[in-house]
Unconditional design. Structure first.
Length: 139
């Protein structure tokens, strides 16, 4: 008998478990249906015209802000382009720099040439004859 009562007890235990699972599932379905009901009510209460008006207002603000930013960018680009010298000015500056470099090189070469001439003259040991006073002529 003990065995039959244990089996009966286990059977009842499983029935209770199944019953509590069904109750839990029903509560979960009820909770979910409450969420669905709330969402449906919110969607029904929403006015499409108000929603579209708020979206249009937001887009208008974005467009206004973008137009302002584009204008500032255009002004900055114009200012930047005005500061840049044109090609003719750049060519003129390049020619002037090249002329300065060439002149500097010529002066350097002339200085070296003059130094070489002085060294050669110092190495010749030439006696000065013009403008020299001689004692024999004055007697």
């Amino acid at each position: 008998m003990a065995s039959e009562s244990e089996q009966e007890r286990e059977r009842l235990k499983e029935e209770y478990k199944e019953h509590y699972r069904k109750i839990r599932d029903a509560k979960e379905k009820l909770r979910r249906s409450g969420y669905v009901k709330n969402v449906n009510e919110a969607l029904q209460q929403m006015n499409a015209d108000e929603l579209l008006a708020s979206v249009d207002q937001f887009l208008g603000k974005v467009r206004t802000k973008m137009a302002g930013l584009e204008a500032r960018l255009d002004v900055a680009m114009d200012h930047l382009m005005d500061d840049q010298p044109d090609e003719a000015e750049l060519d003129e500056q390049m020619k002037k720099e090249k002329a300065k470099d060439t002149l500097k090189q010529i002066k350097l070469e002339m200085g070296l040439l003059y130094s070489e001439i002085e060294e050669q003259a110092n190495g010749l040991h030439v006696d000065k004859t013009v403008g020299r006073k001689t004692e024999s002529h004055s007697e």
